[in-house]
Design a protein. Structure first.
Length: 274
């Protein structure tokens, strides 16, 4: 009897030890917890700013019970918030963390006075963007009340090949980034026309030579002209791109380009001096 109890106790200790050991490891199946938490945050976008638990679970590809447990942890930390109806939305803690990003907030602080000057002159949209992978990301946008409506928002992503700021970022991106994009079929937006790789290479070469990108976006409601110039930091490294969006009917791209280039050089001087 004593031996049996001893053996049972030993087996229980083995089970406890194994459970502790497994708990610290990545499960044999499924994603790590941090990846699942990031999947929950990635479920939100401009069209899905608030989500029910069922929607959050479906869009993240996580079972409802796990989604609820992780979402509650994110709510406790402040990455998510929950409204009176129980729907989840992105929390302010993420904004607090995002302001620490040097490529976004630091650049924005320097650029804002120059962007304000451009906004006063153009009475339209003034954009500040950086490259994030194979896309452009807006880190700031100033818009006049009478400016033509556009869908671009702060934190939003834009294609590198079909926007003025995107072309300027792509033109000064590392060669391997350009080749990766050019290796696949590239289609213009929103008309979905195939862009020849040779045509795009010539466009990028012209942007590098002029240090100015001019992109005309044809739209059924209001055609837009985007004029953008690169901003450089220390060592002449690309820090971002400054751009202006104006309606095609009033656009004077070359004249506007001089103003954008002047502002971009001013930002570059400030960044280099820091």
């Amino acid at each position: 009897m004593y031996r049996e109890r001893d053996a049972n106790q030993w087996n229980a200790e083995v089970v406890v030890t194994e459970s502790v050991r497994v708990r610290g490891r990545r499960p044999p199946h499924g994603e790590p917890v941090v990846d699942r938490a990031l999947s929950l945050l990635s479920a939100f976008d401009a069209e899905h700013r608030t989500l029910t638990l069922a929607e959050l679970s479906r869009r993240a590809g996580i079972p409802p019970s796990s989604a609820l447990r992780l979402a509650n942890r994110l709510v406790d930390w402040g990455a998510l918030e929950r409204d009176d109806s129980g729907r989840f939305c992105v929390g302010l803690r993420l904004l607090e963390v995002a302001t620490l990003a040097p490529r976004g907030h630091g650049l924005r602080q320097v650029a804002l006075p120059f962007m304000n000057d451009l906004a006063e002159v153009t009475h339209q949209h003034v954009q500040l963007a950086v490259r994030d992978g194979m896309q452009a990301m807006l880190v700031e946008r100033l818009s006049a009340h009478q400016a033509t409506p556009v869908d671009y928002r702060i934190g939003g992503r834009l294609p590198l090949h079909s926007t003025g700021v995107g072309l300027a970022l792509l033109a000064f991106a590392p060669k391997e980034v350009q080749e990766e994009l050019l290796a696949k079929p590239v289609y213009s937006e929103p008309d979905n026309r195939l862009i020849s790789a040779d045509v795009l290479r010539r466009t990028l070469a012209e942007v590098r030579r002029e240090r100015l990108a001019i992109f005309r976006r044809e739209d059924e409601h209001e055609s837009i002209v985007s004029v953008a110039a690169p901003v450089f930091g220390r060592g002449d490294t690309l820090a971002g791109v400054l751009g202006v969006l104006v309606p095609k009917r009033v656009a004077q791209p070359r004249r506007l380009g001089l103003a954008v280039q002047t502002a971009a050089r001013g930002i570059s001087r400030e960044l280099a001096g820091r």
